[in-house]
Design a protein around this ligand. Structure first.
Ligand code: FAD
Ligand code: FES
Ligand code: FES
Length: 1346
């Protein structure tokens, strides 16, 4: 192969330091460069596709046209390294450090408790930092916009937002009243020392502590770069890599000549379209042309006719340009601009809008493009340029369809886009509906334009374009032609709907499915447009006093609600908790809102996660090869091609395993047969991750498909395919009770699965040692002992040779209980076989494909009740989809059945549960462990009974709730007193009853928007149903300088366990937390640990830490007695002199717990957490969208060890639950391949999904004698409270159906996605689908507008 010519030098700055790269690889991204070349690991990898914001950094650039320095946030995972020529990059390390000075953004996010696992924190910090560089006192709207592209799976966003809000110009202390005054300020000000009164407090941090923001302290734009960009180099720069050449011409002329020479080479601007396709579709471009240094592409020209925007302008710049133009021109001229601006507001997150160019957006012609439909209907034109000259083509249906004659020629480029002003009598609108309001690709979008003959309502011109309904934007040309000359009335609307549905045909097999929903949106959007325009016409007519004869139909106020979109508002809320007893010594930190121990390190990027460990000598990288078949025999595995590739060292197969390869029916590496798509077959080991990844594509596996292939629960039932025997609990006599009740109702409930979506994907580093077969394993897990034992069995070496280390975990939620052991074992086999350290980091797609998640559930119920709503009998049968292996499915089934009764006392009960075996990846533990799915069935019974009795669901709940000391279905005694208190406080604090009336009033007045409100009670059992799972140990060392090292068996997953443990140790040893340190969780320090799960980690480990500290203090007592005035250091010195051991192991034998399934009774759980949540939503009946108006949660935390951490857990789990019940949807192909494998396809809640008002309060004066300092574990319980949003949506849907006289007891289906909501709100438009029974005439439904 000929040697490429030498590359030019790539010059840019990182954190003020000049970087000169002489051999840069154009295929590399900024993220890899930062992490691998510069060892700046603060910037995290979490998705690699621009969808999560974990890798956010700031780029600064001297704009060649405006001559101003532009600072903008980008996702480093999509920034090609070569695109950075002449720019300055600032990473989280560049703005502050614990070692020097932390930045106010870093300080505040930590002190406001905005970090839990901390994996998203550097990205959050950099988004906020960039905002402050541009706007030192931003508005709240700007803050929301800046954070819209950053995902956090732990926190529930509220504290992050609150930290940002402290910089805002309209920042107020709190919250609820929007007056700058907190409703509880009065009580608060009674004492300014937090935590001294045993009163209710709302203060989780002290603003007074914050250092001010001083913009003069920021890194300046490097003068050298300023000089470079002021006298730009015109020379073409070329960077040659192994496979790809990056060419960056300095002039337009050179670019055009290069385009002649390399017509196939794409132009690369934001790389937000090219990047993801290269990654996921394996596209490869040997030459990339970068127009980044060509100013002509960034020129903006305003004329009296229109606006021309350079194709190189970013979408964020375009937003600003449009906003400016809208403010300068009369409204009638800016219709198209307003529609574009509206779409830009919800298109992706801020980082993507900063990177993506207008040209790249248009030319990519994505079917979901939000801008192309508007540009098409707005008669935009594309200014093309080539070496031959310039020309203009219309951005119309032919261009969008990619017809050769109307497209760019290969040697042409798009220079700019001309968008004409709208005219008098012209109206343009845009619509979009996505899984959630912001930062989600649209399911369907549309833009519509109509021009009327002057002074009339007669259509002169009409354009309608849709996205998401075909392979590209679809223009409804024919329909529009046929409607010319028609008057703007319901006759026209009726015909337009029919024509559109005919023209925009979506075959049943359309890409992305959702056919009926999409077809419904096609006409629903039109209806919205019709009303909008009608409204405008009426306004105009009034203004011009048009004579009576031309009066337009009146739109009744009830129907106007169709027009208004949901706005994005900044969430507010109050968090209340009981401060500590006034007798508690000041130095005792227990009960105080202490910041997470790693908070500041999270915020500066100095907190080390597993993959931040520096490269180890001779380290190799491992990438997994997984099955592409759901059920098949492996005929052969051909490795030779892969092994021949450069850098490839080995491929590990099942044959390489010296010990046991998992369980007989759950192999770590497949043998002979695969049971699901995504099952691990073998693993490539290579020198780099890229080499390993490429080699996986060369492993050839031949399969022979096997029968049966089962994916759904229904199929599993049909095939009698189960993983374990049925679990059953029974009380009373169900059959007899059914005979005696007034009514019975039967129903079905479907609850979808859930992906853990921990921000840090699964990762492990195995380091083989040279002696005695020892291995060091650094792993992101909730259960290092399980990893240790599993590796021992796999390698066939004793457990004592293996040490597992867990510094911290970037989120687990149950997903890192079992799976890390298999990954650790495979990596360990690789390490032992090759003799090299092995690093295994799953990319997001593989993680989502391989690891499984929450079990989907199908429930059938029969409930018997009296006409007054008293439930007498309940028979529930649940099936969960366990996937292809047992994993935790039996335990999940047990917990599901045990917890199914929730808060209700029903005399006659029968609960049955089975785990189905299917050909999907094995589902596993997930926060709540079956409870969030099962209780949705129970609560659905309640709503079904309410509907039948004509009573409100809250009445049925209240009537059937446990009220006095009682026994559960499994005969465990408990007192529901805190439950009742939570329920009553929740009703009270949320003003539930008056708001229920307001909701009803609103619904009477609005036809197309409805509100719903729901309150749910909760009884959540904490812990495992086995005593041995509650044992815990700790090891506490006191060193001779008085410093204390605490080690315990729990793992820091973000839930703040280490912080709580030091609070415990501090109270016990009576010394400040600053004396103490926790280094890591290690199997060498504390052996035989139990998984950190089931909400009980802090509780049991706290008892062990307490025990160790008490032992030590006892030993010190004689010394202290002898020298009571001495210091801690004096006592420790004396103890050492007297040969007193300063190290102690603490142990907790565990809470008693057992369950006898044969008898159906036991004491399976040590205690319960009670709570209640009330949520109110508003739904858009035409699109299925919903807005969360308010949530109030009351939770019984007893005496919280740390209210900031506990409230964080409640909020985070509530938001995660809300995701489960509303937006998170797993989609599979008919072959069982998971489609939803990135944040673009799988929507976890974003910051804009947080309820507008979000209040959390911890129930005061609650005690439990059992647990450490009377605290409670709150890790999981909040999940279920997210269902209050679900039931509020269902309440709104029910009110729609009541009004429209449609059956109210519809099948409950979670998540309540926009699709489900829209189709449940059946109307004339849903009925236009071919599958519908009746094709209604819109005209006949004149009630639409009158
Ligand atoms: C996380 C994420 C979320 C997103 N969400 C949305 C969304 O909600 N709605 C939506 O509509 N879009 C969304 N997008 C898509 C995004 O709008 C487009 O990817 C983007 O606009 C493409 O611009 P770019 O500059 O990055 O193009 P690049 O990736 O750099 O280039 C794309 C293509 O355009 C060609 N090209 C670029 N400029 C020119 C030119 N001047 N002349 C000729 N050819 C040119 C290139 O040759 C290349 O083939 C999202 C993307 C991501 C990554
Ligand atoms: S890792 Fe870059 S956006 Fe997710
Ligand atoms: S703290 Fe945000 S993802 Fe964990």
């Amino acid at each position: 192969m000929p040697c490429p010519p030498p590359s030019d030098e790539l010059v840019f700055f990182v954190n003020g330091r000049k970087v000169i790269e002489r051999n840069v690889d154009p295929e590399g991204t900024l993220l890899t460069f930062l992490r691998k070349n510069l060892r700046l690991t603060g910037t995290k990898y979490a998705c690699g596709g621009g969808g999560c914001g974990a890798c956010t950094v700031m780029v600064s650039k001297n704009d060649p046209v405006s001559k101003k320095i532009r600072h903008f946030s980008v996702t480093a995972c999509l920034v090609p390294i070569c695109s950075l020529y002449g720019t300055a990059v600032t990473t989280v390390e560049g703005i502050g450090s614990i070692k020097t000075r932390i930045h106010p953004v870093q300080e505040r996010i930590a002190k406001c408790h905005g970090t839990q696992c901390g994996f998203c924190t550097p990205g959050m910090v950099m988004s906020m930092y960039t905002l402050l560089r541009n706007h030192p006192q931003p508005s709240e709207e700007q803050l929301m916009e800046a954070l819209g592209g950053n995902l956090c799976r732990c926190s529930g966003y509220r504290p992050i937002l609150e930290s940002g809000r402290t910089f805002c110009m309209d920042s107020d202390g709190c919250q609820q009243k929007r007056t700058g005054q907190c409703c509880l300020d009065q009580e608060e000000s009674a004492s300014s020392t937090p935590g001294r009164r045993n009163e209710i407090s709302t203060k989780l941090f002290s603003k007074e502590e914050f250092q001010p923001l001083d913009p003069t302290q920021e890194l300046i734009f490097p003068p050298e770069l300023l000089r470079m960009t002021e006298n730009p180099e015109k020379r073409t720069l070329s960077f040659y890599g192994e496979r790809v050449t990056w060419i960056s011409p300095g002039t337009l002329k050179d670019l055009l000549q290069l385009k002649v020479k390399h017509p196939e080479a794409p132009l690369i601007l934001g790389n937000t379209s090219l990047g993801p396709t290269v990654k996921s579709q394996g596209q490869f471009h040997p030459i990339l042309l970068s127009p980044a240094r060509i100013p002509e592409l960034s020129v903006v020209t305003k004329t009296s006719e229109g606006l021309t925007i350079g194709a190189g302008c970013s979408l964020a710049q375009m937003k600003d340009i449009l906003a400016e133009r809208i403010s300068e021109l009369p409204e009638e001229k800016t219709q198209t601009y307003q529609a574009l601006l509206k779409q830009l507001q919800s298109l992706a997150g801020q980082q993507i809008r900063n990177m993506a160019s207008l040209g790249g957006h248009i030319v990519s012609r994505h079917c979901y493009s939000d801008l192309n439909p508007v540009l098409a209907v707005g008669n935009a034109a594309l200014n093309l340029v080539s070496a031959e000259g310039t020309r203009q083509i219309p951005l119309n249906e032919h261009f969008l369809a990619g017809l050769e004659s109307t497209d760019l020629k290969p040697e042409e480029i798009l220079e700019s886009v001309y968008i004409p002003h709208s005219r008098k009598g012209e109206f343009v609108s845009a619509f979009r509906q996505a899984q959630c309001q912001q930062n989600a690709l649209p399911h369907v979008n549309a833009s519509m334009r109509v021009l009327f003959k002057e002074g009339t309502d007669s259509v002169e011109d009409l354009s309608i374009a849709y996205g998401g309904v075909g392979t590209t934007t679809v223009c409804a040309q024919k329909s529009c032609q046929q409607l010319l000359g028609r008057r703007w009335n319901e006759l026209m609307l009726d015909e337009a709907c029919r024509l559109l549905l005919d023209e925009v045909s979506l075959p049943g097999s359309a890409l992305g499915g959702r056919v009926e929903f999409k077809r419904t949106l096609v006409v629903s959007f039109l209806f919205k447009f019709y009303l909008e325009v009608l409204q405008e016409l009426k306004k105009l007519a009034k203004l011009l006093s048009v004579p009576d004869s031309r009066r337009y139909p009146d739109i009744s106020d009830r129907f106007l609600s169709a027009i208004k979109d949901f706005s994005v508002t900044t969430p507010r809320g109050v968090q209340t908790y009981q401060s500590v007893d006034s007798c508690q010594p000041l130095r005792d930190p227990v009960g105080h809102p202490i910041m997470h121990l790693s908070g500041l390190k999270h915020a500066t990027g100095e907190a080390m996660f597993c993959d931040d460990i520096p490269v180890v000598d001779r380290e190799l990288f491992m990438v997994l090869v997984t099955s592409s078949r759901a059920h098949a025999k492996i005929i052969s595995i051909e490795l030779s091609e892969a092994l021949e590739l450069p850098g490839v060292v080995d491929v590990i197969t099942a044959e390489d395993i010296p010990g046991t390869n998992g369980a007989e029916d759950d192999r770590f590496l497949a043998v002979d047969e695969v049971l699901c798509v995504g099952q691990i077959i073998c693993a490539v080991v290579a020198e780099t991750d890229i080499q390993a990844k490429r080699a996986t594509e060369k492993v050839k596996i031949t399969y022979e498909d096997l029968e049966p292939v089962i994916f759904t629960i229904q199929d599993a039932i049909k095939h009698n395919s189960f993983l374990c025997p049925e679990k059953k609990l029974e009380k009373g006599n169900v059959e007899e009770a059914f005979e005696k009740v007034d009514q019975t109702v039967e129903g079905e409930v479907h609850v979808g699965g859930q992906e853990h979506f921990y921000m840090e994907t699964q990762r492990v580093l195995v380091i083989p040692k040279t002696e005695d077969k020892e291995l060091d394993i650094f792993v992101s897990t909730q259960d290092p002992t399980h990893v240790q034992k599993t590796v021992s069995a796999t390698l066939n070496i004793p457990i004592n040779r293996i040490t597992c280390h867990v510094k911290r975990v970037g989120g687990g939620f149950g997903g890192k209980v079992g799976r890390p052991a298999a990954l650790g074992a495979i990596a360990a086999v690789g390490a032992v076989k090759t003799g090299h350290p092995i690093r295994l980091v799953l990319d997001r797609e593989d993680d989502m494909l391989i690891t499984g998640g929450r079990h989907p559930l199908f429930g059938k119920y029969k409930v018997g009740f009296m006409n007054n709503g008293r439930i007498k009998a309940l028979d529930v049968e649940c099936y969960i989809n366990g996937g292809c292996t047992l994993d935790d499915s039996e335990m999940v089934t047990e917990f599901l059945i045990l917890k199914l009764e929730n808060a209700y006392k029903i005399r006659n009960l029968r609960f049955r549960g089975r785990a189905c075996r299917t050909n999907l990846p094995s589902n596993t533990a997930f926060r709540g462990f079956g409870f969030p799915q099962g209780t949705l069935v129970t609560e659905s019974c309640i709503t079904a009974v309410a509907a039948r009795c004509g009573l409100l669901p809250e009445k049925i709940r209240e009537k059937n709730m446990y009220k006095t000391v009682d026994k559960t279905i499994y005969k465990q005694a408990f007192s529901p007193e805190p439950l009742i208190r939570c329920w009553n406080e929740c009703l009270d604090k949320s003003s539930f009853h008056s708001r229920r009336t307001q909701v009803d009033e609103f619904n009477k007045k609005n036809y197309w928007k409805k509100k719903g409100i729901a309150v749910v009670p909760m009884k959540f059992s904490v812990g495992f149903a086995a005593t041995s799972y509650h044992q815990a140990a700790a090891l506490v060392h006191i060193y001779t300088d008085g410093s204390v090292l605490v080690t315990h068996g729990g793992n820091e997953l973000g839930q703040g366990i280490h912080t709580k443990m030091l609070q415990v140790a501090s109270r016990e040893l009576k010394i400040p937390m600053s004396y103490m340190h926790i280094c890591e969780t290690s199997t060498a320090a504390v052996p035989n640990t139990i998984a950190t799960a089931a909400s009980i980690g802090a509780d049991v480990n706290g008892r062990a830490v307490q025990n160790a500290c008490q032992i030590l203090l006892k030993r010190l007592e004689p010394i202290i007695k002898k020298n009571p005035e001495g210091t801690w250091e004096d006592w420790i010195e004396a103890a050492f002199e007297q040969r007193i051991s300063l190290s102690a192991t603490g142990y907790f034998r565990g809470y008693k717990a057992f369950m006898d399934w044969d008898k159906g009774e036991g004491d399976p759980f040590p205690y319960y957490v009670y709570g209640a949540a009330c949520s109110e939503v508003e739904i858009d009946c035409l699109t299925g969208a919903h807005k969360k108006i308010r949530t109030d949660i009351v939770m019984d935390a007893c005496c919280s060890l740390n209210p900031a951490i506990d409230i964080g857990q409640i909020e985070g789990s509530f938001i995660q639950g809300m995701g489960l019940y509303t937006t998170e949807e797993l989609k599979y192909s008919p072959e069982g391949i998971l489609y939803s494998r990135s944040p673009n396809e799988y929507k976890i809640p974003t910051i804009t999904d947080v309820p507008e008002e979000f209040n959390v309060s911890l129930l005061p004066s609650s005690q439990t004698p059992l647990t450490i300092y009377s605290s409670k574990g709150l890790g999981e319980s909040g999940m279920f409270l997210g269902s209050s949003v679900f039931f509020a949506i269902a309440d709104a849907v029910a009110s729609v159906r009541r009004e429209r006289d449609i059956a109210e007891d519809f099948t409950v289906q979670s998540p309540a996605t926009p699709e489900w909501v829209r189709m449940a709100c059946a109307d004339q438009f849903t009925e236009m689908n071919p599958g519908s029974v009746r094709v209604a005439s819109i005209q006949s439904a004149t009630c639409l507008v009158q």
